[in-house]
Design a protein around this ligand. Structure first.
Ligand code: ZN
Length: 512
């Protein structure tokens, strides 16, 4: 019986052209080889399972191929065949997590001094290089400062921020990106066809979703799923295998939350429990779903579908839910979800913790936010006749007793009709009635109260040499007397405009 080779290994890319989702890196490396400008140290950073080690091996093949260095290794010569198997004498793969001591790196330095045994270069591929100790990094730094001409280093890491700056500055950096949903689906489809696996498209899409950008994970899931499916592989098979819920169930649950339907929430939790779903991971999926809803409202409509990376039907539903809930509500939900995250994920009784949290979210819709209340208050104030510029601004009313459309239950006062807001032109052209009557006097300083009760003269004082056609400065006086804030000042202090001086720093005010 032939040895079974797992999908991820069987379909591992052998050339730069076969790399999935890292075309930008393949092109740059190929160009460097073509131009003979290969750096002596390269750093590959990016999430797990996106092809960093695979790319390092292809790069090693390209440098050491008998026909090389070449951007297109032959895949037939000894180095090309040995490197992917990890048994090439001049390509040394080191796991940084388990060989992280200063002694390990000293040994590496010793060996690096010797010329390669057979091939063109001695190539060190250090995986998870961020796991090296500080002393190990210091030892490595010496080699990087004066590298032997026959040595190349390829460092791979998922956590570049943990690598010292002195090391980073001596490496040429390549940033690997997550594999997109469509790239993963296309890759899985190709493999399924080659392997004769019958599988539904939605099952493949679901696998791609759940592997969050890691092609290796996606391929492993397909591998496992094929062995449990009796016949055609369906979405149900995959979701059962992963012990996670499908997006439709998640969307139903979100409906129950945003529609404040506690019965729906309880039914959902019951269902999850019956299916043996892990509540901690479902909680994480719920947070991710709300996050997608919120972000979908913040990006242009045309870009929503590409961002969401969901099926067309699922995307439509998510967007519809987001629109229905609105930004404010979604902010509140996410805020609450994140604040209770540790309670749910660390609880010894996750089902109860999750159910309580979900029911709490369900009632969140009834609680208006402070912002909403303030906005409502401000609206009320505006329609009550205030200028609406601020909550504390005094409202001027002709009589000392303020009209109230809410009425007063203690005095038995009936509510008055809600006044309609005044237009801007109405409010500025209102007659200059004496102010400071009744309670509004409180807002006028005592020393000005008497004068403030007198009517105001706002007509400009004509200059002694005034003629029938106004001179520029008279025009300026006239214009100034029409500015509402000036009118207000004149009224308060019973003043007249004597002169206008322009401030040298400030730009000329319009209309003067
Ligand atoms: Zn070759």
């Amino acid at each position: 019986m032939a040895e079974y080779v797992v999908i991820a290994r069987k379909y591992r890319p052998a050339t730069f052209e076969q790399l999935v989702g890292q075309e930008h890196i393949a092109r740059t490396l190929q160009n460097a080889i073509k131009q003979g400008k290969v750096p002596h140290a390269l750093l590959f950073s990016g999430p797990r399972g996106v092809g960093k080690t695979t790319t390092a091996r292809i790069f090693a093949k390209a440098l050491n191929c008998v026909k090389g260095p070449t951007p297109t290794p032959c895949c037939k010569c000894a180095p090309c065949l040995e490197i992917p198997e990890g048994n090439c004498i001049d390509v040394i793969e080191i796991d940084g997590a388990s060989n992280n001591s200063v002694d390990d790196i000293r040994l590496l330095r010793e060996n690096a001094r010797y010329a390669p045994s057979r091939d063109r270069y001695k190539i060190y591929i250090i995986d998870e290089v961020h796991m090296l100790t500080t002393q190990a990094f210091n030892a490595l730094l010496k080699t990087l400062e004066e590298p032997p001409a026959h040595v190349k280093f390829v460092f791979a890491t998922t956590a570049p921020e943990r690598i010292p700056a002195t090391i980073l500055s001596r490496c040429q950096r390549y940033i690997f990106r997550r594999i997109s949903r469509s790239e993963a689906v296309a890759n899985l489809k190709k493999i399924a066809e080659a392997e004769g696996i019958e599988v539904d498209d939605e099952a493949l899409a679901f696998i791609a979703d759940k592997s969050s950008g890691s092609l290796r994970d996606a391929q492993s899931i397909l591998d496992q799923a094929r062995s449990i499916a009796a016949g055609r592989l369906t979405l149900k098979d995959v979701s059962r295998l992963l012990s996670v819920t499908d997006t439709a169930f998640l969307a139903d649950f979100v409906d129950a939350l945003i529609d404040s339907d506690p019965a729906g929430v309880i039914r959902g939790v019951e269902n999850l429990f019956d299916q043996g779903v892990n509540f901690r991971s479902f909680f994480a999926e719920l947070v991710a779903y709300f996050h997608k809803m919120l972000v979908s409202l913040s990006i242009p409509k045309g870009e929503r579908l590409t961002f969401l990376e969901l099926g067309a039907e699922e995307s439509q539903r998510l967007i519809e839910q987001a629109d229905r809930a609105g930004k404010n509500k979604l902010f509140t939900y996410l805020d609450k979800l994140l604040s209770i995250e540790s309670e749910v994920t660390k609880s010894a009784i996750p089902r109860v913790a999750f159910e309580v949290a979900a029911l709490g979210l369900c009632h969140l819709a009834d609680v208006a936010s402070v912002e909403t209340l303030l906005a409502k208050l401000s609206e009320v104030q505006k329609s009550a006749g205030g200028s609406g510029q601020g909550l504390l601004e005094p409202v001027r009313s002709p009589s000392p007793k303020r009209a109230s459309f809410l009425g007063n239950s203690q005095t038995g006062e009936k509510p008055t009709k809600m006044p309609t807001p005044r237009s801007a032109s109405q409010s500025t052209s209102r007659p200059h009635a004496p102010v400071a009557q009744g309670e509004d006097r409180r807002f006028v300083p005592p020393e000005h109260r008497e004068s403030a009760q007198r009517p105001v003269r706002t007509a400009p004082k004509p200059a002694s040499n005034a003629k029938s056609s106004p001179k520029p400065e008279n025009e300026a006086l006239y214009n100034a007397s029409n500015i509402p804030i000036v009118q207000e000042a004149l009224r308060l202090f019973d003043g007249v405009i004597e002169d206008i001086k322009r401030s040298p720093e400030k730009p000329k005010p319009p209309g003067t």
